[in-house]
Design a protein around this ligand. Structure first.
Ligand code: C2E
Ligand code: MG
Ligand code: MG
Ligand code: MG
Length: 294
């Protein structure tokens, strides 16, 4: 497992690297303990801005889970989700994420900031309609309109139990919650999903985006996803936009929205306020003049 850096924090703790299942059980017990205490500060949502490439405007944020374990430090969310997903702890976790994010969106909205937050849900979360009921209840409790919340799902969710998952997604759509297809290009990318689901957005996996300025194959994949999604009327978001060459390449390819360290790392809601106040739109030069200057 590759250690990675997020924000200014140290590399994530990744329990899988030690292969001790006792370790994982301990971690799950700790997670459950943290989730059962609503005041536990170990768990927090971080928010990463999403920027409309042509105008430089902030169009939303993705909410990303951070768990700072008292002894192990920051736990890699990807590993954490993989461990939790096989257990009932997952639905506790998802409820916490939904409650935190909807409450935050409600506070922004009340303060005159209509920032849409996109949150990640996993396969099992969509196996029953409960998640839709829970979101509706949270929206009502926090006075947040449904159009300010979006769910990101991966295609793995659709393979596991397509009928139940489709029913849940249909309900979310009727409530007015937008659905994004996350990590597109990895897993079981199927044109059927793009056609049959009530999607509004496709997110290109960062593995392709990161390579697009240096690897022609990655660039070709990114361009064709942008073209395909665009032709189907879907908004295309690129994640993992780390630097200027990637950002320029995405702009030239006609990508709508970008998210990545080039703009900002995921950060606590309190820091986001200051970031938004300081942010000045970064607008690319017209494509033609970029080409002329090379
Ligand atoms: P994801 O939904 O695809 O999220 C995007 C990931 O890319 C995040 O990793 C984000 O920090 C990272 N990222 C953003 N910009 C850049 C960049 O410029 N360069 C690089 N190298 N990475 C960038 P993170 O926060 O570690 O989350 C990893 C995955 O864990 C997420 O992938 C998602 O699948 C899962 N996850 C995170 N939070 C939650 C949650 O609340 N619920 C669920 N079910 N899954 C979550
Ligand atoms: Mg996501
Ligand atoms: Mg993704
Ligand atoms: Mg991912």
């Amino acid at each position: 497992y590759e250690a990675k850096q997020t924000g200014n924090s140290p590399a994530f703790y990744a329990p899988e690297s030690d292969h001790h299942s006792a370790e994982r059980l301990g971690l799950l017990a700790d997670l459950r303990r943290a989730l059962e205490n609503p005041d536990c500060a170990e768990i927090a949502m971080y928010y990463q801005p999403q920027i409309d490439i042509p105008t430089g405007e902030v169009v939303g944020v993705e909410a990303l889970l951070r768990w700072r374990h008292p002894r192990r430090g920051l736990v890699d969310p990807e590993v954490l989700i993989r461990v939790a997903e096989q257990t009932a702890v997952m639905s506790l976790l998802t409820r916490r994420v939904i409650a935190d994010v909807v409450a935050q969106v409600g506070r922004w909205h009340a303060g005159g900031v209509s920032l849409r937050a996109s949150l990640n849900v996993s396969v099992r979360d969509l196996h029953s309609g409960d998640i839709a009921d829970y979101i509706v209840a949270q929206l009502a409790e926090h006075n947040a309109p449904p159009y300010l919340v979006q769910l990101e799902i991966t295609e793995g969710a659709l393979m596991a139990d397509p009928h139940r998952v489709l029913a849940t997604i249909g309900r979310l759509d009727r409530i007015g919650i937008a659905i994004a297809l996350d990590d597109f290009g990895t897993g079981y990318s199927s044109m059927q999903h793009l056609r049959r689901l009530p999607l509004t957005e496709v997110k290109i996996d960062r593995s392709f985006v990161l390579g697009m300025a240096t690897d022609p194959d990655d660039a070709a994949i990114v361009r064709s996803i942008i073209e395909l999604a665009g032709a189907l009327g879907l908004r295309v978001v690129a994640e993992g936009v780390e630097d200027d060459p990637i950002w320029r390449a995405l702009h030239a390819a006609g990508c709508h929205v970008a998210q990545g360290w080039f703009y900002a790392r995921p950060m606590p809601a309190d820091d986001l306020r200051g970031w938004l106040a300081r942010y000045r739109p970064i607008v690319p030069l017209p494509v033609a003049s970029v080409v002329d200057s090379v």
